[in-house]
Design a protein around this ligand. Structure first.
Ligand code: ADP
Ligand code: MG
Length: 798
C-alpha cells in the first residue's frame, strides 16, 4: 500500500464505521477526493498505481449524492481494492487502522503474488478455499471470468418491503423486524423444523424452515433481520415458508431486492454462491474490457459490458435487468455469427472435388424406387447435384420434418459419388441408427450392384473391422456407413468425396470441420436434421451452411392421432396400451425427468418404470432408457426395443431422434405440459412410421392455461415447422431448445427466441466483416480474441 492509499484508507474505514453518512471528512468526502485527485494526477502517467487510483476515483464519483447504502457499496469496493494493493515496500502494513481490514487477507496472500486477473483461478476470491473451489469446479467454473459469466437462472423479486400486518397469502414478500423467539423441533413426519418468531411495529409473524436444523443457531432474540419469501398459511395463520434471510445491513444481497437465483451444486448453498459472485463482481468487473467497438455500442444503444455484468447478477430494477440482458445477449449472437461467417469464408476459399453428376443415372435410380419422389425431394436432389459439380466443397443442410424422406435424397448423392470413382461416408450418432441406415440404403441401392456399401459399428468383430479399414485405405470406391466416432477416429478414406452426417445437430461444428480436413481435398458435406427451425434462426445458426428444406411429406402418410388427456383417463389409456401390446405392437412412455434427484418437475422415468412393472404392466415386458445410463446400456435398451424383446419402453427424451421402429404405435407422454412443442413433435415422430394406426397421448398434469393451450395445438397440427414457430411465439425467449444440440457453442444468456436482438447482431456482424473480414483492425482486437475463445469452448455433446 502506497502513501497515496495510506491517506485514503483510514478515512474510508472511519466513514464505514459511521455508516457512510459522509461525515468522516468535514464538509464531505468530496473535498478530500478533490485534493487526492491532484496527488494522483502528479504521478507519472504509466504508473500502475495511477490506473488503480483512477478506478477508485470513479467508484467514489458522486459520493455526496449517493444513498448511504450505495455509499457503503462503493466504500466496500474501494477498500477491497486497497486490500489488494501490495504494501509500499515496507515489511507489512504500518497503520493500525488498516490492519483490521487487511489482515485476514494478508495472511493468505503472498505479498509478491502477481495481480489477480479475470483468468486467475477462483481461489483469488475471498471465501474460496480448496473445498469451495472443488464445488465451483463441479459447476464448470474455474476462473474468475467463469464466475462472472455464471448467470442467474432466475430472479426472485423480494424488493417489495411490507409490514407484517399487510402480508397477503400466496405472495412473495420481504419483512424487516426483530427476532423474538427461536424454536426447533420436529414436524409430524419427523422432519426437523426451525421456527423463528419475528415482529415489526405492526405485529408478529413466524418463519419456518423444514429440514435445516442448523438454522436454529443462526438467530438470537433481539437480532434485526430481513426475511424474504412466500407467505403461506397453516391452520388459518399466516407464516413465511422457508424464507431467504439475512441480518439487516445497508446492502442487502439475499433479500429485499431482485435476488439472483443460481443453479447450485451439493455443498455450495445459494447464499455462499451469491456472496462469492458479489465479491467477484466488486473486485474484477473493473478489469473487464468492453469488446464492442465504440461505434457499435453507440449506434445500437447498448449498455456497457461492465455495467451489464453487474446488473445481470444484481439488477437495480427489472428494467435495468432487461437492458443488461439485451447487451449480453447481443454479444453472444454477435460472437456466434462472426464465427459462423468466418467459417463460411474459410470454407469458400478451399478447393473441393468436382463430381460429374450423371443426371441419367440418378433418374434411373429414382425410377426404380417403389415410390415417386416428392417435389421437395426432387428440388433437394437438384440442389445437391449442382453443389457436387462445383469446385468449392458443398456444405449443405438438408432439413426436413420427421418422415419427410431425407435418406433417399442422401442416397442420390452417394450414388453420384461412387459412380465418379470416389468414396462416401454416412455417419450417424449411434450404432443403432447406423445399422438402420445401412439397411435402408442397401435396399434402396439394390438395383445398383455397382455401388458397394459397408457397415462399420462397434458391434462389428475386430478382424472384420480390420479388413474394412484396409479396404477403405486403398481408396476403393464405396459407401462406408458407421458411427461418427468410428469413422472419424479410425478409418482413412483417401478418396473421400462426400460425407453425409445424419441428425446433424449432434455434431459440433468443429467436428464437422475436423472430419472434412482428413483427405487431401475437402469433401462435400451434406448434413441432415429433423429439428424444425424457423427460417430466421436457421439462417443464423446454420449461417455457414446452405439449406435445402423438405417441406412436404410423402403422399398417403397417416397422421398420428393426437389426444390430450389427464389423470382421470389413466386406466382407459393403460387398457388401450395393453390391447395394442396384445395385438403385437409396442408403446413408448416418456417422462420429463430421470429420477427424483432431478430438478425438473413431473413424473420420473425410473419411478414410473418401477411402478408400471409392478402394477398395470406386470405381464408386459418393460424397458427403461435414460440419459444417465452408459452409452452401451442405452444402445442395449434401444436394441431390445427395436428387436421386439420389449413391449413398453419407459424413457426420458433421450430416445433417439431418427430411430425408426415401425411397430411402435403408441407414444404416451407424461407431464406433457412440461415439454416444448418442438420437442413434443419430435417425440410424436417416433410413432406412425409403419402400417398400423398410431397414437400420441399427451397427459397434462397441471391445468395451467398456457400448457393446455399448447397441447391443444399439438392435437390440431402435424406440421413441425408450424409448431416450431408457434413454440417460439408462445414460449418466447425461454426454453425453445438449446443451441448446443445444433453443434454450436452454448449460449448463456441469449435464447434463440430473442429474434430482434438476433437480427441486430446478424446485421452488425455482416457490417463488421464487410469492413474488416479478418477483424484485424486494432479496434476489433478484443472482439477478434473473444470470437476465437467463444468458439474454442465448443465441445461435442453426444
Ligand atoms: P426422415 O426424413 O425422417 O429421415 P426417412 O428418410 O427415414 O425419413 O423416410 C421415412 C420413410 O418414408 C422411409 O420408409 C422411406 O422409404 C419413405 N419415403 C421416403 N420418400 C418417400 C416418398 N417420396 N414417397 C413415399 N415414401 C417415401
Ligand atoms: Mg432419418
Amino acid at each position: 500500500m502506497t502513501a497515496l492509499y495510506d491517506k485514503l484508507n483510514p478515512i474510508l474505514l472511519l466513514e464505514k464505521r459511521q455508516n457512510c453518512a459522509d461525515r468522516a471528512v468535514a464538509g464531505g468526502l468530496q473535498g478530500f477526493l478533490d485534493y487526492w485527485r491532484d496527488e494522483v494526477a502528479s504521478l507519472p502517467p504509466e504508473a500502475a498505481e495511477r490506473a488503480n487510483a483512477e478506478v477508485v476515483l470513479s467508484l467514489l464519483r458522486g459520493y455526496r449524492h449517493m444513498s448511504p447504502a450505495e455509499r457503503c457499496v462503493a466504500v466496500d469496493q474501494v477498500l477491497a481494492r486497497l486490500a489488494d494493493e501490495p504494501p509500499a515496500g515496507s515489511t507489512g502494513p504500518s497503520r493500525s487502522e488498516g490492519r483490521a481490514a487487511a489482515a485476514p487477507r494478508a495472511r493468505t496472500r503472498r505479498p509478491t503474488a502477481p495481480r489477480a486477473t479475470l483468468a486467475s483461478p477462483l481461489t483469488v476470491i475471498k471465501g474460496v478455499g480448496a473445498r469451495n473451489q472443488e464445488y465451483l469446479e463441479r459447476l464448470g467454473l474455474r476462473t474468475v471470468e467463469d464466475l462472472l459469466y455464471y448467470l442467474p437462472r432466475r430472479y426472485d423479486d423480494f424488493s417489495r418491503l411490507k409490514t407484517v400486518s399487510r402480508l397477503v397469502l400466496g405472495e412473495e414478500a420481504t419483512v424487516v423486524g426483530t427476532v423474538r423467539k427461536v424454536y426447533s423441533g420436529r414436524a409430524r413426519g419427523g422432519l426437523p423444523v426451525v421456527a423463528v418468531s419475528l415482529a415489526d411495529d405492526t405485529g408478529p409473524i413466524e418463519a419456518r424452515w423444514f429440514g435445516q436444523p442448523f438454522l436454529a443457531r443462526q438467530f438470537r432474540p433481539g437480532d434485526q433481520v430481513v426475511f424474504s419469501g412466500r407467505v403461506d398459511q397453516y391452520r388459518g395463520r399466516l407464516f413465511l415458508n422457508g424464507p431467504e434471510w439475512e441480518p439487516l445491513q445497508p446492502e442487502l444481497l439475499h433479500t429485499g431486492r431482485l435476488v439472483p437465483v443460481y443453479p447450485l451444486t451439493r455443498g455450495l448453498g445459494a447464499r455462499r454462491l451469491r456472496t462469492l459472485v458479489r465479491e467477484a463482481i466488486d473486485r474484477f468487473v473493473p478489469q473487464v474490457v468492453d469488446r464492442l467497438p465504440e461505434g457499435t455500442r453507440r449506434d445500437l444503444d447498448l449498455m456497457g459490458l461492465q455495467e451489464a455484468l453487474q446488473q445481470i447478477h444484481f439488477p437495480d430494477s427489472l428494467e435495468s435487468l432487461a437492458i443488461a440482458r439485451r447487451r449480453l445477449c447481443f454479444d453472444e449472437f454477435l460472437l456466434l455469427q462472426l464465427g459462423v461467417l468466418g467459417q463460411r469464408r474459410q470454407w469458400s476459399l478451399q478447393a473441393g472435388i468436382p463430381l460429374e453428376p450423371s443426371r441419367a443415372g440418378i433418374d434411373a435410380f429414382a425410377a426404380g424406387l417403389p415410390f415417386r419422389l416428392t417435389a421437395a425431394q426432387q428440388r433437394a436432389v437438384g440442389d445437391i447435384l449442382a453443389d457436387l459439380g462445383r469446385h468449392t466443397p458443398m456444405r449443405r443442410l438438408l432439413q426436413g420434418d420427421v418422415g419427410s424422406g431425407k435418406t433417399v435424397v442422401a442416397v442420390a448423392a452417394l450414388l453420384a459419388t461412387v459412380r465418379n470413382g470416389y468414396q462416401a461416408a454416412v455417419m450417424a450418432p449411434t450404432g443403432i441408427l447406423a445399422e438402420q441406415h445401412y439397411q435402408t440404403i442397401t435396399s434402396m441401392l439394390a438395383a445398383c450392384p455397382d455401388v458397394h456399401c459397408v457397415l462399420l459399428t462397434g458391434a462389428v468383430p475386430a478382424a472384420e473391422k480390420e479388413r474394412i479399414r484396409a479396404a477403405a485405405a486403398t481408396g476403393e470406391p464405396q459407401v462406408l456407413i458407421g458411427t461418427h466416432a468410428l469413422i472419424q477416429e479410425s478409418v482413412s478414406l483417401p478418396r473421400l468425396a462426400v460425407m453425409v452426417v445424419d441428425e446433424q445437430h449432434r455434431f459440433g461444428v468443429t467436428q464437422r470441420t475436423a472430419l472434412a480436413e482428413r483427405g487431401e481435398a475437402l469433401p462435400h458435406i451434406l448434413a441432415m436434421s429433423a429439428t424444425p427451425i424457423p427460417r430466421s434462426l436457421a439462417m443464423t445458426i446454420y449461417g455457414d451452411l446452405d439449406v435445402s428444406v423438405l417441406d412436404e411429406l410423402p403422399a398417403g402418410r397417416q397422421p398420428v392421432i393426437t389426444a390430450v388427456r389427464d389423470d382421470g383417463d389413466r386406466e382407459r389409456i393403460y387398457a388401450f396400451m395393453t390391447a395394442e401390446v396384445a395385438a403385437g405392437r409396442q408403446c413408448f412412455v416418456v417422462c420429463p425427468r430421470i429420477d427424483e434427484s432431478d430438478e425438473a418437475v413431473g413424473k420420473s422415468a425410473v419411478a414410473e418404470h418401477r411402478r408400471l412393472s409392478k402394477s398395470v404392466f406386470r405381464r408386459q415386458r418393460l424397458g427403461l432408457l435414460h440419459g444417465r445410463m452408459s452409452g452401451e446400456e442405452k444402445e442395449q435398451a434401444m436394441a431390445a426395443f427395436k428387436q421386439g424383446a420389449v413391449d413398453i419402453l419407459v424413457s426420458t427424451t433421450v430416445i433417439e431422434v431418427g430411430i425408426d421402429i415401425p411397430n411402435a404405435s403408441v407414444m404416451l407422454i407424461e407431464s406433457a405440459g412440461r415439454f416444448g412443442l418442438a420437442q413434443l413433435h419430435q417425440l410424436r415422430g417416433r410413432v406412425g412410421r409403419g402400417e398400423s394406426k398410431s397414437y400420441c397421448i399427451l397427459l397434462a398434469d397441471e391445468d395451467s392455461d398456457a400448457a393446455s393451450e399448447r397441447l391443444r395445438i399439438m392435437e390440431q397440427t402435424a406440421d413441425g415447422f408450424a409448431l416450431a414457430e408457434e413454440d417460439l411465439r408462445m414460449r418466447g425467449p425461454g426454453d425453445f431448445f438449446g443451441v448446443r444440440q445444433h453443434g454450436l457453442p452454448s449460449l448463456k444468456v441469449a435464447q434463440l427466441g430473442d429474434t430482434t436482438v438476433l437480427e441486430q447482431a446478424r446485421r452488425e456482424a455482416a457490417r463488421l466483416v464487410a469492413d474488416d473480414p479478418e477483424l484485424a483492425r486494432p479496434e476489433h482486437a478484443a472482439l477478434c480474441r473473444d470470437v476465437r475463445r467463444f468458439w474454442a469452448s465448443d465441445e461435442v455433446v453426444s
